[in-house]
Design a protein around this ligand. Structure first.
Ligand code: SIN
Ligand code: FE2
Length: 214
């Protein structure tokens, strides 16, 4: 179904070497993507995970696809199984895979085969501190990151924690792709401001597609 809010043609903005923001790319399919998130969450509900340092994350997470990322007091890992239920994560919805591959192609990564999709749900105040995505065995593949719902400020830095940060305001349907030279660049999400998105309500969702296994 075409989305009533899809009134803009996507456009792209260079971000860093190997990195680009694909504005509004996911907007046309927003309704379909949101319904698929609900189906994944019916299999493996959103939960606030605990870091190895003992801190409960403000972002609630679930996963779909062959591998899912999780953290607990023992560390971070990718696993085919949801640690909460012992069952497999839900399969990756076709609309997710199609979007991730389209975004990767547009960003110059034509052979992206994601095997993991982490779904983050931000409530007002939720944030993600500065980090690198480096738990994946395959660093050749890019990261494809899709924003839905309330807007947020994304910070994108460099290879060290102290590198200067760019601030990028991400809105419903925006997709960021980073790989190549910027694959290990530090990034963060600033605390979410409260609001009400017409289709999503008081939340922001983020889909992060990765190739976790070789
Ligand atoms: C992440 O870094 O895993 C998520 C980024 C985002 O929520 O946009
Ligand atoms: Fe990340």
């Amino acid at each position: 179904m075409l989305d009533l809010f899809a009134d803009e043609t996507p456009w792209s903005e260079p971000l860093a070497p190997g990195a680009v923001v694909l504005r509004r790319l996911a907007r046309e399919n927003g309704t379909t993507l949101l319904a698929a998130i609900d189906r994944v969450a019916a299999v493996s509900p959103f939960r606030q995970m605990v870091t190895p340092g003992g801190y409960t994350m403000s972002v609630a997470m679930t996963n779909c696809g062959p591998l899912g990322w999780s953290t607990d007091r023992h560390g971070y890992c990718y696993s085919p199984v949801d640690p909460l239920s012992g069952n497999l994560w839900a399969p990756m919805p076709d609309c997710f895979l199609a979007l991730a591959q389209d975004a990767a192609n547009r960003a110059g990564y034509p052979h992206f085969h994601p095997d993991a999709c982490l779904i983050n749900r931000y409530q007002p105040g939720a944030k993600l501190s500065l980090h690198q995505d480096k738990d994946e065995a395959c660093l050749d593949a890019p990261i494809v990151s899709v924003s839905l719902g309330l807007p947020a400020t994304f910070q994108f830095g460099g290879l060290t924690r102290s590198a200067p940060l760019q601030k990028i305001y991400l809105e419903h349907g925006d997709v960021v792709v980073w790989g190549g030279e910027s694959r290990l660049f530090y990034h963060a999400i600033l605390p979410l401001k409260a609001g009400n998105h017409p289709q999503v309500g008081p939340w922001r969702y983020n889909l992060t597609f990765r190739r976790a296994a070789q």
